[in-house]
Design a binder for this molecule. Structure first.
Ligand code: SAM
Length: 346
């Protein structure tokens, strides 16, 4: 190797190492595989030898050891002595009984993963790669693959456990009498909100095969008697009379015409002094790399790959609201996605 070339390589080492960290998919897949096997659950009571862990989760011992060592280099599990692992601040988030558990959010969602393998298609066309690898749109796929649909609903519920805290901390709902959760999945958000707001009633609205599984979620929070469950399509009509319509992670799934139709259907039935609270990423331009900006951009791409959707800037949301007969009143920051609030226009 001649000297100038060597110098160039050395000066690039930090960049190469950072690049590798960003570009490799091996650690993310390993996290998801141990999540699938519920490896973290086995360490909740204290350190264990990998042979015991492997037996308990049905893994090949050497393969699991190799995976746990690789993850230990990233702070997920720690090898306390040879072959004996303990939980870390990160790995505990993969335990199913941790109150902040992310386990259901980071499983091997195989249909999503298959779509990512053709993300080049999305970049070329601006359309979801999901549709071409599965020959079906995301929501049609879920309605015909009910096990996958459950896995998806549980993934959403895992993030909702965090989002609901952020929403409650930032947004006053104490005066709400009827909260309608539009596209509310299996009811996780509404059940948690009703639990914290004892004077409110709720209506959960989502597709029939999704809300089918919601009753036990409300029962687990002790709020089933204050909640109505309605199945249908938000492109047809939505339940009337709510004074707060929460629309979390819905609008960014759709193009402007579809999103305006959903919001317009809400605007036409909401109470006179009602509010809509759209919980979605809000995009900004530029190179900011703070967690909020990064999170918004990542989810914007997820929408592109899965559903041909997109996140919006505040100005784009204002225009969308106006098209739907709503007036954007404010954007309320939360620790996660902001709340874009609107009221009836005029
Ligand atoms: C990204 S998930 C968000 C779920 C939930 N709001 C949350 O934040 O956890 C989108 C939801 O929209 C629902 N959905 C899709 N198409 C729908 C339709 N036409 N009518 C009602 N809900 C629909 C899906 O079933 C799914 O629960």
């Amino acid at each position: 190797m001649n000297a100038p070339f060597e110098g160039k390589v050395i000066s690039k080492v930090a960049a190469i190492s950072r690049f590798t960290e960003l570009a490799d998919y091996i650690i993310p897949f390993t996290i998801r595989a141990v999540s699938e096997l519920k490896v973290a659950d086995t360490l909740q009571a204290g350190p264990r030898h990998v042979s015991e862990i492997a037996r308990e989760v049905g893994a090949n011992e050497l393969a699991l050891y190799r995976a746990m060592l690789a993850l230990a280099s990233k702070g997920i599990f720690a090898e306390r002595e040879r072959g004996v692992f303990e939980q870390t601040e990160l790995s505990v988030l993969l335990a199913t009984d941790d109150p902040m558990s992310l386990r259901d959010g980071y499983r091997l969602l195989h249909a999503d993963i298959k779509a990512w393998s053709r993300f080049d298609y999305s970049l070329r066309t601006g359309r979801a790669s999901f549709d071409i690898v599965h020959d079906q749109g995301y929501w049609d796929f879920c309605s015909t693959h009910l096990d996958y649909s459950r896995m998806f609903d549980n993934a959403m519920a895992a993030f909702t456990k965090l989002e609901y805290r952020a929403i409650l901390a930032a947004y006053d709902m104490s005066q709400c009498r009827t909260i309608v959760d539009i596209g509310g999945g299996n009811g996780k958000l509404l059940s948690l909100l009703l639990h914290s707001l004892p004077n409110a009633r709720g209506i959960l609205f989502d597709q029939p095969h999704v809300v089918d599984k919601a009753r036990p979620v409300f029962e687990a929070q002790g709020v089933a008697d204050r909640c109505e469950i309605v199945g249908g399509s938000f492109f047809d009509q939505v339940p009337a009379g709510g004074d707060l319509y929460i629309i979390k992670r819905i609008i960014y799934d759709w193009d402007d015409a579809q999103a305006a139709q959903i919001l317009g259907n809400v605007a036409s039935v909401m109470a006179k002094n009602g509010r809509v609270a759209v919980v979605d990423p809000v995009l900004t331009a530029g190179n900011a790399s703070d967690p909020g900006t990064t999170y918004s951009r990542i989810y914007d791409l997820l929408m592109l790959a899965m559903v041909s959707g997109h996140a919006r800037s505040e100005e784009e949301s204002r225009a969308l609201f106006a098209r739907a007969g709503l007036r954007l009143t404010r954007v309320v920051p939360t620790m996660l996605f902001p709340i874009v609030e609107g009221v009836k226009a005029g």
